[in-house]
Design a protein around this ligand. Sequence first.
Ligand code: SF4
Ligand code: SF4
Length: 477
Amino acid sequence: LPAFPSPSPAFPSGSPAPAAKPITGPWPSAFPAKELCSNCGLCLSSVGVRHVKEACAFIGPGMSRAESLEHAVHGRSRRYDPSGEGDLSEAHFGVHEEIVYARGVGIDGAQWTGVTTAVALAWLEAGKVDAVVVAAGGAEGDGFAAPAPLLCRTAAEVLRGRRVKPSLCPSLAVLDEVAADEGIKRLLFCGVGCAVQALRSVGARDGQTPEEALRLEELFVLGTHCVDNSPTPQRALAFVASLPSVGEARARDVLAYEFMADFRVHARVATAGGGEETVKDAYMTLPPSIGVPSIADSCYSCFDYTNGLADLVVGYMGAPFERDSEMTSAPLMVTVRNERGRRMLGHAVAAGRVEVLRRGGKGGVGLLSEGDRTKITAATFKKDSLVQTLTNPAYVAGDQGAPPLVGDILARLIARTLPRGMEFARYSIDYHYLRNLLFVEDRLGAERAAEHVPQYAKAIMARYEDEVRSVRGGGAP
Ligand code: SF4
Ligand code: SF4
């Protein structure tokens, strides 16, 4: 990637920075991060684009920059054993006070039980913030494939984010609207890790905090776990069309989908009668050829699965998910990083919008955690389609998945061997970071990749050194 020049000189602290020209060219070629651009929206805002060199998660030191911001955001940095042999709980889950299992209350039609939406609603309704930024679907809360940023001043507007899967969404494009509205002094930003990283760096080149640069009195950040998003709505539609239970005929009726710990993709599909049904297809029934093109290059370059710079984070990877569990009722995993996050969750619970089901301590101690991830992580990494594509010249991804009956049996067998709860979360993090390491080494070269990958990710990957070396060399360990 080219080094990106600063658009204009730094301005002294306290002065309003001049606006720069937002990027209007085609995505991603006209954007500074090129193919790695996650379309976070910073470059679409005249307030934001000025900071792209210091803020973009895919330029210069890239994802490793976030680790150096943790002290300013949370009051301290992550604590972990850099050798990878000791405590890795904050290497995996970031700075945190506690991790809990929780459920949203009364948020109809949410992607899950609506914890993120519930917290945002409670915070807005209590008058703690003047506005909330969400990735919004259509007026009916649909639109999983093409969410758009929305600066919300009302509960009805916040609800438009309830069914949106974490996605590539230019959330930071609303920064101009935020800066222009003098009535917005306290803002809640809801978003994915790469957008949060960019937001937390706005103003840095001028020696300002994001709050100063955006003339805010308070900034709250409510994040989601995020991994493996589609690069475009078209690719997302092609992916859901490849699900045997959906097909092309019903792809546009899909309201929500997710990759679940039972080794199945769960998709909620609108029915002709105005209701919806959930269909579940084993991963192996998908054609292997759909996998690699369904994920954006930014997400193959991402090491911020757990959204380390948000105050409060909602996800599902460490929550229990049994064979008969459903997205709409299963618990979610909520990570409280700091005092702002504690206040937000505490208020949502007091307001009756969120129910905490179980509290865990550091690294989720006290929450469900069963199995040992190490061997299954190494096996998943070696068999991954992208890893095969990058390391095995003879590999051809097939265009036929397993028959549904075979896929179902395989999914049941594999699900039984997988770790559960927090250990499943560690498995998922480890595997994605290993896969992404190979990708960034391929795209950026070894030296730039070493700069891009955060130290905590290197500590996590240390135990798989032999496997990585072997896969790089094209052989089996
Ligand atoms: Fe700009 Fe965001 Fe793309 Fe980086 S990821 S180039 S900051 S839009
Ligand atoms: Fe951004 Fe990473 Fe999420 Fe992709 S996986 S949208 S790069 S936070």
